[in-house]
Design a protein around this ligand. Structure first.
Ligand code: PLP
Length: 382
């Protein structure tokens, strides 16, 4: 019986310390890194708001103005009556900022990756992806029924070996890997893609706003990419995802993507907020500078304490390997008691033996806060 099977699965999950809990978060304020949960204030090292845009007054004002103009919901899929002039504007503004022909706005990064993979691939195609690509990319590829091969994480030689054998139609990678915090060798991926005339798709969820020239992420390689997927829940601190590419690719995605067609479009007011955010990211360049300073400071201080960082690449995602789910959860709990909130990453998100603490840095963290965090991790790590 299904209920018995589920009970068994749940018992196993519990036994392996894999139960997840949701924490109720209280009000957030502009300009601080405090997160309120269980009636207590915690230093927030767990959110993906890398540029510290939460409660930004100009973004809030744009959202409120949008609600006054359009109300809350979009009313339907973009294919029916859910596509407003604000959706059109944000798509154009992203295209201009990134130097792509066209973009299309999905309601989430997960939907975008499902949509892109199923629209561009079918059972006659072959795709190779990095072994650590996000679940949404894997699910999209699986749904497309394309033949799928995976290369060892960031291992260009392995990719080359598989590509020579299977002649891929598409190669897929993230720019900054969400659980590693390391950067993909995009130039090498481009040259392999070129050699086999495969389309290169980059998920830039953690790179847009952060990497490249003025935070334009992987778009500096725009002419060599089939398309780029940019979920907007990280540096943009909102939701939705922009997919950028040439006119034909974006038109194909528009025509064939079921996760676009059969889902309600994002609220137009959110597009107003996103337009304000895009402007702020271009104008308030101190945010990216401060973030980069914090990343460099964190890496230096973590190395001084000999903490086993997964990578020292200059990205806001800093992961420290613990290697055991029970200890990882225990460490997270000790940090919470000390007023610090970090993420405990376990299977199936990462392999059982590589459980880790995942720390998200942002441009508002102070050096004193980073030192406090690292001192506490060091204290409990031993
Ligand atoms: C690399 C990557 N791709 C896609 C997604 C999904 O984006 P969203 O949260 O907008 O669905 C995420 C977010 O967790 C991500 O880290």
């Amino acid at each position: 019986m299904l209920s018995h099977k589920l009970e068994k699965r749940m018992a196993n999950w519990q036994k392996n310390n894999l139960m997840r809990q949701r924490h109720i978060i209280g009000n957030r304020h502009y300009g601080d890194n405090i997160i309120h949960t269980a009636g207590k204030a915690h230093l927030n090292f767990a959110s993906n708001d890398y540029l510290g845009l939460i409660q930004h007054p100009a973004i809030n004002a744009a959202m409120i103005a949008g609600i006054k103009q359009y109300g809350i919901g979009s009313g339907s899929s973009a294919m029916v009556t859910g596509y407003f002039n604000e959706h059109d504007s944000i798509e154009r503004e992203f295209a201009q900022w990134l130097g792509f022909d066209k973009t299309i706005l999905f309601s989430s990064g997960y939907c975008a990756n499902l949509g892109v993979m199923t629209a561009l691939l079918n059972r006659d195609d072959t795709v190779i992806s990095d072994k650590l690509c996000h679940a949404s990319l894997l699910d999209g590829i699986q749904l497309s029924r394309a033949k799928h091969y995976r290369y060892q994480h960031n291992d260009v030689m392995h990719l080359q070996k598989i590509a020579a054998k299977v002649k891929p139609d598409m190669i897929v990678s993230e720019s900054i890997f969400s659980m590693q915090g390391d950067i993909a060798p995009i130039a090498d991926l481009m040259s392999i893609a070129e050699r086999y005339q495969a389309g290169l798709v980059i998920d830039d969820a953690h790179g847009v706003g952060i990497l490249g020239c003025d935070g334009r992420g992987a778009s500096e390689h725009q002419s060599k990419l089939l398309c780029m997927v940019m979920p907007l829940g990280k540096a943009f601190n909102a939701m939705g995802a922009i997919v950028a590419g040439n006119g034909k690719i974006i038109e194909s995605i528009l025509q064939f993507s079921r996760s676009y067609r059969y889902s309600t479009a994002l609220p137009p007011a959110l597009c107003c907020a996103l337009r304000a955010t895009l402007k702020i990211i271009q104008e308030e360049t101190w945010r990216l500078q401060a973030l980069n300073d914090n990343i460099a400071f964190f890496n230096t201080e973590a190395l001084v304490r000999k903490l086993p960082l997964v990578s020292t690449d200059k990205t806001p995602i800093r992961a420290i390997i613990i290697g055991d789910s029970q200890k990882t959860v225990w460490l997270q709990e000790q940090l919470i008691k000390q007023g610090i909130c970090v993420a405990a990453i376990r299977a199936p998100t990462v392999q059982q033996n590589s459980t880790r603490l995942r720390i998200s840095l942002n441009s508002l963290h102070t050096q004193a806060e980073i030192v406090y965090l690292l001192d506490k991790i060091f204290e409990y790590f031993l």
